[in-house]
Design a protein around this ligand. Structure first.
Ligand SMILES: [Zn+2]
Length: 79
């Protein structure tokens, strides 16, 4: 479902601009910048060549972990 994937990506990109975003902060804490072209996922230790791939990986592989927090955040944003 490419459309769903796109929606999800846009949602997370927009949230990133919000300074008090709990989801993004949680992601940041699990981004390990090993080297110039080496980013490691703090959840599963997988390594990526660029930060954007790690971002995509979070959206694709760990969205369930991030969604645990998202409920309260989106409620807060919609008020
Ligand atoms: Zn991972």
């Amino acid at each position: 479902m490419p459309f769903m994937e796109k929606e999800k990506y846009q949602l997370s990109s927009r949230c990133r601009l919000h300074p008090s975003n709990e989801i993004f902060r949680d992601q940041e804490e699990h981004k390990i910048h090993v080297d110039l072209n080496e980013w490691r996922c703090g959840y599963c230790k997988k390594v990526f060549r660029a930060e954007k791939y790690l971002d995509q990986h979070f959206d694709n592989r760990h969205y369930n972990l991030l969604n645990v927090v998202s409920g309260s955040v989106f409620t807060f944003l919609s008020i």
